[in-house]
Design a protein around this ligand. Structure first.
Ligand code: IMP
Ligand code: MG
Length: 368
């Protein structure tokens, strides 16, 4: 298994199989273009290897040219194809072979065919190393195919995930994540606990409330609990490593879970990256941080009301409540940036009925 940025890929097609498929395509092209002097039009960047290998194996005379287009962002096609580098030479009356790394929806080749329409080429054929017939939605024929694959996202032999993985000589395919891991955030009084209870049932997730984990470990005098308590008794903050170890133990206890809701954790940048590397060891990761965004004044009002009926001392003093908010805001600000940088931050409006908020949460989670 290999890791590229946030994703994991497993071995799929060997270097030898790729080589064999390239050979087969080459033989066919050599046969079909025996008496011709074709122009190989290589679609950058991905088809750079495939194009080079085919041209090296071409027996007759030939030329090469390049175009560069993009349609993919991450592991998804954007639909629209944009030309980064167009034709720099005329192809009038030439026998053109478009060389592509992979044909998926077919949008990219369609855009190139459009580009060639004005060129009055003599003939035009398409060669691709990989082809996803289940994704292909166009009418044109693909003349030479190295290998057909299912709708997996692959890297290697020129193909990339965010520009990475092109240099791999074998092909690796995206390893599907089994878990849905969510970091749930919300200021005190936003109804996070209620929502977590519901979400854990709906998505069959394990809810890890850091407060509960601490209390459990201390009460049961586990090794980590005793260690954590020794810091607390001295009035020191429990070091990140201890907190992380406790959470790890909690995750290990639920090894076949479909995912986790992390609640009250991570709180710091270093906890967030420790959580990432811990999950990465399992081939998993955080799918998203969801934060309930609530107007502060409204929450203060809500909490004061709660204090009147519950008698909770910390809910009766406005300045204490505001202090908790400020603490919350400073802490989440760092994490917001951390997850935003990975496109994993989702803020949702936390004001409304419980059902309304649940609905907003589910909308985000369903799309993760
Ligand atoms: P299409 O335009 O949907 O046919 O997609 C073709 C282009 O998308 C290729 O040139 C690649 O750049 C990219 N692409 C499609 N599928 C994959 C994949 O599985 N791995 C990496 N890139 C891909
Ligand atoms: Mg490409």
């Amino acid at each position: 298994m290999i890791q590229l940025q946030d994703l994991f890929f497993q071995k799929f097609i060997s270097k030898a199989e790729v080589k064999g498929a390239v050979n087969d395509v080459s033989l066919k092209i050599n046969k079909d273009y025996k008496e011709k002097s074709p122009v190989f039009l290589i679609v950058l960047n991905g088809a750079f290897f495939f194009g080079a290998d085919i041209i090296k194996k071409f027996d007759g005379t030939c030329e090469m040219s390049f175009v560069k287009v993009t349609s993919y962002e991450g592991t998804e096609s954007k639909g629209a194809v944009s030309t980064v580098m167009g034709l720099d030479t005329t192809l009038k009356n030439r026998d053109v072979i478009i060389v592509e790394d992979i044909v998926d929806s077919g949008n990219t080749i369609e855009a190139i065919l459009k580009m060639l329409k004005q060129e009055q080429v003599k003939s035009c054929k398409i060669a691709t190393m990989f082809y996803k017939p289940l994704a292909f939605k166009k009418n044109y024929l693909i003349d030479y195919v190295g290998m057909e694959i299912e709708n997996d996202f692959i890297v290697g032999y020129g193909l990339d995930y965010n520009e990475l993985g092109r240099n791999l000589s074998g092909i690796y395919k995206l390893k599907p994540r089994k878990m849905k891991n969510i970091v749930l955030f919300g200021p005190p009084g936003a109804g996070k606990g209620t929502q977590a209870e519901y979400l854990k049932l709906k998505y069959n997730l394990v809810h890890i409330s850091t407060g509960d984990v601490f209390r459990y470990n201390i009460k049961n005098e586990t090794e980590l609990g005793i260690l954590a308590k020794s810091y607390m008794d001295n009035g020191d903050l429990v070091p990140d490593e201890v907190t992380i170890e406790m959470l790890k133990a909690e995750v290990e206890k639920n090894n076949d879970a479909q995912g986790f809701i992390f609640d009250g954790f991570p709180r710091t940048h270093s906890q967030a990256s420790a959580l990432d590397s811990f999950l990465a060891e399992k081939g998993e990761g955080i799918n998203g941080m969801i934060a309930l965004e609530v107007d502060e004044n409204l929450l203060v009002e809500r909490l004061l009301k709660r204090g009147e009926t519950s008698g909770r001392a910390d809910d009766q003093d406005e300045s204490k409540i505001r202090n908790r908010f400020n603490e919350y805001k400073t802490k989440t600000a760092v994490l917001k940036v951390y997850y935003e940088d990975q496109n994993k931050y989702f803020g949702i409006q936390g004001v409304g009925s419980i059902e309304e908020v649940t609905e907003r949460l589910c909308k985000v989670i369903d799309n993760l």
